[in-house]
Write a protein that binds this ligand. Structure first.
Ligand code: SF4
Ligand code: SF4
Length: 204
């Protein structure tokens, strides 16, 4: 996909189930939560709402609400968080929180739980070419320095997922086009190499 057209088609329950299957494999051959938990009160960093507030597609939240009581809409407490909710929720995505790692239901993890800490990378020509480590979690998620540990099979499946998702939701393509550009600007300033992971068809 190289061009953005205005499109936001809701995901069907069948598609959500398919995506959950596609995104079921763990990123690394080991439990990466053990890397960050010791410095985060014994919990994986990305499973604490204080560190990362999950964003769910609105239809995904409705789908999960029928299956489980794991998820609720996020209730911000501070003024900063209230502002974030007001400004960052979109017609596609809502902030949510789960009951916490002690109550995690693997089959009911959200798409954002399953894709963290990777997001799509769209190059300067507007082509979706791979996955990139989320910039805002630099220095927080230890996988930043262990990208080689992320399984190629997972990169391939995530790439397939985003390819299919962009066909339905051009707003997401536009969002990641913007974040990818931000990554390039930041990397150009610091001389840092972009932490991109390519699907096998490209990296082979
Ligand atoms: S993805 Fe990163 S932050 Fe989340 S559990 Fe694994 S190492 Fe920790
Ligand atoms: S649902 Fe599970 S994986 Fe997702 S944030 Fe909650 S504890 Fe973490």
């Amino acid at each position: 996909m190289t061009k953005s057209t205005s499109r936001n088609i809701p995901l069907t329950s069948e598609e959500i189930r398919y995506f959950y299957d596609l995104l079921d494999e763990s990123l690394t051959p080991y439990d990466c939560g053990k890397l960050c938990a010791p410095k985060n009160g014994g919990e994986p960093l990305c499973c604490s709402v204080e560190n990362a507030v999950p964003m769910l597609y609105r239809e995904e939240f409705a789908y999960l609400a029928k299956r489980t009581e794991l998820w609720a809409r996020w209730k911000p407490k501070t003024d900063v968080d209230k502002k974030m909710k007001k400004e960052d929720e979109t017609k596609l995505l809502v902030f949510c929180e789960c009951k916490g790692i002690a109550h995690c239901e693997r089959e009911n993890r959200s798409i954002c739980c399953r894709t963290f800490p990777l997001e799509p990378y769209i190059d300067a020509q507007g082509k979706f070419i791979g996955l990139i480590f989320m910039k805002e979690f630099r220095g927080k998620c230890p996988l930043q320095t262990r990208l080689k540990d992320i399984k190629q099979s997972v990169v391939d499946k995530h790439f397939q997922f985003w390819t299919l998702l962009f066909e339905k939701k051009s707003d997401e393509y536009d969002l990641y086009k913007g974040t990818s550009r931000g990554w390039r600007i930041s990397a150009a300033k610091t001389g840092q190499q972009l932490p991109i992971l390519y699907p096998a068809a490209v990296s082979a």
